[in-house]
Write a protein that binds this ligand. Structure first.
Ligand code: SF4
Length: 431
């Protein structure tokens, strides 16, 4: 049998929108891999695999939908500019005039955004705007990031700081609620702002990290002086919006504290700015393992090719990945939507961790479901999909009471130590 020497044809990533659009009919990766692995010996196989893996982490292979969006709205830019996270941040959508190009708004919605009456500013990366493109405010992901007049309705039980984080901050920007762990808020900036953000008092363009150095040093001193702290959660805002050097300084200083065993990063970047997950970032973070990354996801439509590539890239870096999701009315409050999200997350190596009841932060009552509805959703997940795809349903108690996990009630009666249980199908069993 003749040995095949050339397994793959070199396919350079498109250098411009024009080139990329020409290539839009290229095969999806699974098909390409199959063909590329038509090898005859192990060397050819390894060559094919190395090239394939390299492409998996790149963002050169954009979907035709994304390419058409770029060509229509940013015809002057190259694909490498689009894939540059700094370009994405710099060119984010921040006004009603820009937003209306992508999202169908009514006159009232447009006027509300233009008057800028919300606590949280509007900011959406062009990448995330491409997902909302052509949709209106009824589309779940539009609702999650586009301001609406419902935010002006403040319920009596809503608070600026619903979890009393400031009362549990021994120094500014560091929350010490639980015995062995702290939450360290290192930036108030996010590349895209979620309308239901628990920390809307803190995040935004004029966030409270202006005096970052002094506040940061106080936080580091506090962690150093408390031997009981073995777990530090770096959050904000979104820490992955910091430049590599700044982020490394933060992690390095925490890692140098001998009693800190675990560092966690909380981020929404892989969902809203996947271009940020560069090889340079992963290489830098790898130096500080064990490092856990907890990613905020809202809806299955966020699991695009780019986001999948970003998650795989992080997973290959050796970071255990988990997700947290806020249960939101009209966005993801159905077992079908959440099952799809959690299953997709597992397929990109992210373990669903928390499903949060929406906190009672100012102007968010339109997003809040009843706890009974959340329990009903959990009942429709457990047993009906892999246990790995079922997160803990969490209520973060007001006034700093902390997180509690809620479970549907499976216990029937108890008699002489024998329990009657209902299984996931509602059938009765004794134990
Ligand atoms: S990414 Fe997190 S911190 Fe930033 S706006 Fe969304 S919920 Fe708030």
């Amino acid at each position: 049998m003749e040995k095949k020497t050339e397994v793959i044809e070199e396919t350079e990533p498109p250098s411009s929108t024009e080139d990329a659009v020409k290539n839009e009919d290229s095969e999806p990766p699974s098909q390409s891999l199959k063909e590329e692995c038509a090898f005859y010996d192990i060397d050819d196989y390894l060559t094919a695999l190395a090239k394939y893996s390299k492409r998996e982490h790149g963002y050169g292979r954009l979907s035709s939908k994304r390419l058409k969006f770029i060509k229509k709205y940013y015809p002057e830019i190259s694909i490498s500019e689009w894939n540059d996270w700094k370009w994405q941040v710099k060119n984010s959508v921040k006004s009603a005039e820009e937003l209306v190009k992508f999202v169908n708004l009514t006159e009232d919605e447009y006027a509300f955004i233009k008057e800028n009456q919300s606590i949280l500013p509007l900011r959406i990366t062009p990448y995330y705007a491409s997902i909302l493109n052509g949709k209106d405010i009824s589309y779940p992901l539009t609702r999650s990031v586009v301001p609406s007049s419902a935010e002006s309705l403040i319920s009596p039980d809503e608070q600026k700081d619903p979890l009393s984080e400031e009362l549990q901050s021994p120094v500014e920007n560091l929350v010490h609620r639980y015995p062995d762990r702290v939450l360290f808020l290192v930036t108030g900036f996010c590349s895209t702002y979620c309308r239901y953000c628990t920390r809307s008092r803190f995040v935004g363009e004029n966030h409270k990290c202006d005096n970052r150095n002094q506040v940061f040093e106080e936080g580091i001193e506090y962690i150093k002086n408390h031997n009981e702290i073995r777990d530090v959660i770096i959050s904000g805002g979104d820490p992955l919006t910091l430049p590599d050097e700044t982020l490394e300084k933060v992690i390095l200083r925490i890692r140098a504290i001998s009693h800190v065993e675990i560092i966690r990063i909380g981020t929404k970047v892989p969902a809203v700015l996947p271009q940020r997950i560069t090889s340079g970032l992963v290489k830098m973070l790898k130096k500080y393992n064990p490092l856990y990354i907890n990613i905020h996801f809202t809806h299955p439509d966020e699991i695009t090719d780019e986001t999948s590539a970003a998650c795989r890239h992080l997973a290959d870096g050796g970071f255990p990945l988990s997700s947290q999701t806020v249960l939101l009315k009209g966005i993801n409050d159905s077992p079908i939507t959440l099952k799809s999200l959690f299953q997709k997350l597992l397929s990109v190596r992210v373990r669903p961790y928390y499903l949060y009841q929406c906190d009672k932060v100012l102007g968010t009552s339109h997003f809040r479901t009843k706890i009974q509805e959340g329990l009903e959703i959990m009942k429709n997940l457990r047993g009906f999909t892999s246990g790995l795809a079922v997160p803990n349903y969490i209520v973060d108690l007001p006034k700093g009471g902390g997180k509690i996990a809620l479970l549907p009630d499976y216990i029937g009666t108890e008699e002489n130590g024998e329990f009657t249980f209902l299984n996931f199908m509602g059938k009765t069993y004794k134990y």
